[in-house]
Design a protein around this ligand. Structure first.
Ligand code: SDX
Length: 374
C-alpha cells in the first residue's frame, strides 16, 4: 500500500542517501575534497590523491614521503596468499581472484586496534597490496617468475614493474597514474555505497572492500572497461563499427562505456583521458582501432544523444598500452579502493545503520495450508 510520505525511486535514482565531504559529482564538475579533477589529473600523483581522499588534505613533501614509505612497507604479500593466487584455476576472472585474495590478505593483518589511525593504516595496506595481487596473478598466469616490489618507484610504475618486469616508459607511467587518479573516487556509486552499507553495521574495512569488489565486477558498473576493449578489437574500420552500433541499438542493447546515472552532459573524466588516444594510437600504429573508437562514439551520439563515460576511453587506452583485458577492472579496484576506504571511514565516524524500507508488492495476507492439503 502506498502512503503519502513514501519516497520510492527504482535504483534509488536521484535519492540523497547520505552526506559526504569527500567528493562532489555534478554536471558542472567533479571535485575530490574540493580540488577539481582536471587540476589533479594534470598536476598530482595518484599517491597525493589517495592521501587527499583518506586524510582530507594534500600532503606536504614530508607527508608524501612518509605515505610512500608506508605503502612500500605493506607491499610484501604472505607466501600462502601467493600460493593461493597460483592455485586458483586459470580462466577465473581477475575480479574473482581479487575478491578471494583480498579476503585472504585480511587474515594476515599486522595492524592492531580499530581507531582512525588503524583504519587509515589498513586503507594504506589495501592500496599497497591490491596492485601486487593483480601483478602476481598476471605473472603466474603467464608462467613468469614473480617480481619483487622495488622502493623508489611511483605507485603507477611499481604496478608496471611487478606486472611486466620492466619499468614503464614515461608515457606509460603517466597514463597509468592518470587512470588511477580518474578512477579513484566518485561519490555514492554502487560499489562505494556497498562499502558504506557494510561499514554502517560496524563491520571492517576488508569486508567493506570485498563487498565493493563484488559490486564493481558487474558490467553495468566497473566491468564496462573490459567490454569496451572487446568492442574495439572487433573492428578496424569506422564503417564496420558504425554498422554494428546501428544493429546493437536496434536490438535495444546497451553499448558498454556509454551513459551514466548522474552525468547527463558528459563525464568530465572521459574527456580528460580521451586526449591521450590519438597520440597513443599513432605511437602504437593502431589507427584502425582509433577510427572505430570515434565512429562508435559518433554513432551512439547521433542515435541516442548519450555521452561516453570513463570506461569508454579507458578501454581504448589500456588496449593501446597492451594491458591484458583481465587486469582492466582490477586496476579500477587498485584505484577506487582509495575512495572506498575514505567513504567507509567517513561512514563509521558519523554512523547510522543504513537500512532503507521497501514497498511490498507480494501476495495479500493468507492462511497456512497444511502439507496434506497441498
Ligand atoms: C561506472 O555511478 C558511478 O559514478 C559509476 C562510475 C564510477 O566512477 O563509479 O562512473 C563507473 O559505472 C560507469 C558506467 C559503466 N557502465 C556502462 O558503461 C554500461 C552501459 N551503461 C548503461 O548500462 C547505463 O548507462 C548505466 C547503467 C551506466 C546508467 O543507467 P541508468 O541511469 O539506469 O539509465 P537507463 O538504463 O535507465 O537508461 C536511460 C535511457 C534508456 O533509454 P530508453 O529505454 O528510455 O529509450 O538511456 C538508454 C537506455 O536504453 N541508455 C543506453 C545506454 N545507457 C543508457 N542505451 C544504449 N547504450 C547505453 N550504454
Amino acid at each position: 500500500m502506498t502512503t503519502t510520505d513514501e519516497l520510492y525511486r527504482p535504483g534509488l535514482e536521484g535519492i540523497i542517501a547520505g552526506e559526504t565531504a569527500i567528493c562532489t559529482v555534478e554536471q558542472g564538475g567533479l571535485q575530490y575534497r574540493g580540488y577539481d579533477i582536471a587540476e589533479l589529473a594534470e598536476q598530482a600523483s595518484f599517491e597525493e590523491c589517495a592521501y587527499l581522499l583518506l586524510l582530507g588534505e594534500l600532503p606536504t613533501a614530508a607527508e608524501l614521503l612518509r605515505f610512500r614509505n608506508e605503502l612500500n612497507g605493506f607491499r610484501a604479500l604472505p607466501g600462502v596468499v601467493l600460493d593461493t593466487v597460483a592455485a586458483i584455476p586459470a580462466g577465473v576472472p581477475g575480479m574473482d581472484v581479487l575478491r578471494s585474495t583480498v579476503s585472504l590478505v585480511a587474515h594476515f593483518d599486522p595492524i592492531t586496534g580499530d581507531d582512525r589511525a588503524a583504519r587509515r593504516a589498513r586503507a594504506t595496506r589495501l592500496l599497497a597490496v591490491i596492485p601486487g595481487l593483480v601483478a602476481a596473478r598476471l605473472r603466474l598466469q603467464a608462467g613468469q617468475p614473480l617480481v619483487e616490489p622495488e622502493a623508489g618507484l611511483s605507485h603507477a610504475a611499481q604496478f608496471w614493474w611487478q606486472a611486466f618486469g620492466r619499468r614503464p616508459t614515461e608515457l606509460e607511467e603517466r597514463i597509468i597514474n592518470l587512470t588511477l587518479i580518474l578512477y579513484a573516487e566518485h561519490e555514492f556509486n554502487a560499489s562505494t555505497f556497498a562499502a558504506r552499507v557494510c561499514m554502517s553495521t560496524l563491520s571492517d574495512l576488508y569486508s567493506a572492500t570485498v563487498a565493493a569488489i563484488g559490486t564493481l565486477k558487474g558490467p553495468l558498473h566497473g566491468g564496462a572497461n573490459e567490454e569496451t576493449a572487446k568492442l574495439f578489437q572487433q573492428f578496424d574500420s569506422a564503417e564496420a563499427a558504425e554498422q554494428w552500433v546501428r544493429g546493437a541499438l536496434a536490438r535495444r542493447e546497451k553499448i558498454m562505456g556509454f551513459g551514466h546515472r548522474v552525468y547527463r552532459e558528459g563525464d568530465h573524466r572521459a574527456r580528460i583521458l580521451e586526449r591521450f588516444i590519438e597520440p597513443l594510437g599513432r605511437e602504437r600504429e593502431a589507427t584502425g582501432h582509433v577510427a572505430a573508437y570515434f565512429a562508435i562514439k559518433d554513432a551512439v551520439w547521433n542515435a541516442k544523444r548519450i555521452h561516453m563515460n570513463l570506461d569508454y576511453p579507458c578501454g581504448m587506452v589500456y588496449l593501446l598500452l597492451g594491458l591484458p583485458l583481465d587486469v582492466y577492472t582490477p586496476l579500477f579496484v587498485a584505484s577506487r579502493v582509495s575512495g572506498w576506504c575514505a567513504h567507509a571511514i567517513e561512514q563509521v565516524e558519523n554512523n547510522r545503520l543504513i537500512r532503507p524500507r521497501s514497498r511490498y508488492i507480494g501476495p495479500p495476507k493468507r492462511k497456512f495450508v497444511p502439507l496434506a492439503q497441498r
